[in-house]
Write a protein that binds this ligand. Sequence first.
Ligand code: KIV
Ligand code: ZN
Length: 521
Amino acid sequence: MTIQHSGGTERVLIFDTTLRDGEQSPGATMSLSSKLEIAELLDLMGIDIIEAGFPIASQGDFKAVQEISQQVKRATVCGLARSSPSDIDRAGEALKMARRPRIHTFISTSALHMKYKLQMDPEDVIEAVDRSVRQARRYCDDVQWSPEDGSRTDHDFLCRAVETAIKAGARTINIPDTVGYSAPVESAAVIRMLRERVPDIDCVTLSTHCHNDLGLAVANSLAAVDAGARQVECTINGLGERAGNAALEEIVMAMRVRQDIMPFRTGVESSRIIQASRLVSQATGFPVQFNKAIVGKNAFAHEAGIHQDGMIKHAGTYEIMRPEEVGLHESSIVLGKHSGRAAVRKKLHELGYEIGNNRLNEVFRQFKFLADRKREVYDDDLIAIMQSSDSQNGSATLAVEYLRVVCGTESPQSAHIRLRLDGTCREARACGSGPVDAAFNAVSKIFSHEARLQNYQVHAVTEGMDAQATVSITLSEHGLIVNGQSSNTDTVLASVNAYVAALNSLVRRRMAAQSQELASL
Ligand code: KIV
Ligand code: ZN
């Protein structure tokens, strides 16, 4: 079999919604600086449209869209708005400084949503489509319209709504499978149906936006492209509401690898994919599933002897794409305890991280700490340091200064901890059912909160008895969901650092919620 990797005729636009739909994933809230960093990388890797947020949703979202608009050089920057006039004004305002602004406005069109969610008559919905698109056009020429729950919308009504949006001035018509209900034959059929029935449909770009509730988001998106959609909405790592959105990396690589049956090209530089995946995982605290296509830790690992033998003879036997195509380089022993700052910086650069001197100092300190405990420091170890939430924030509310735990067969298990809380040192001792529980109880004595532990995951970064553990934690407090991640050769310390990182994130979320409340008074 010949694997074709280049060429392709028709261009498909990649619309990234990691910062909007992706952020709607429970617990995936990102800081403004993380959003700016992600937007910069998305722009650099050739994403056509970056949906930067939903400006009316919060002051934070507004600011993110505003700042991303100022920063992005090449891509179109998009802001989401419902059909109400205030939503559209807010989006228009946030996008003022964008070189290429786009307003994406939407309203539900399925009978179910119109009756129960909107409580609107279909005729009023059609009128709202016309009014909202015309209003958005007053802010910019590039207006996108979406019928929410489009895949479950009656076809006659969908045609009417799409025709109305086009007449009002929409340039992109996006068909969402909001609840991830569609099958690939249906996703293709709806695009074909619109192309056959709606006047002037050839004057707009048709787009697809698929959720992954049945695990079909990528298949549905590709089927829609095959039927004529020329924009795909997707997210890095498939992040998004519930089961997520179509994964950008899978869409891009499927088109690249299967040129023989999908003769399309995107503008995405695929060698940046791993970097983007890691950055989004770091910003959200969401670990990437090991067997996740393209970006999972095992996506290019060959365990079975028979596979390894084939790989040695010819990589094409078991590999349909080269790891370098997505920016993955062989994990090698990189550094040891005698390596200096310059070597760490160089290795980070090779791994796709560009960091300033302050961050380098902190990462180097953590590297030295690790190298003293672990003979060989691998690429994955350095990546784990970069992804530890606690390595990013010198100005955090809480930081661990000292930890000692007593554990083993004899009870009670106990912990003694010293934390820096807003610049002052506080100590506490506590018992618990195990060292992690004891340490968390001690943290709670110093920093009281009502957050509940929703998720606690530990995995080894590399192989070997001295491997680092990466701990990911999700906390929820009165509807606020936050994550923290940390790595260390000491699993209890990694757990406490991850817990503290999540609490720091909670503090930031509480403050953001308070300032939003004040602003609305
Ligand atoms: O899933 C959906 O319907 C959406 C719309 C806002 C496009 O995200
Ligand atoms: Zn969506």
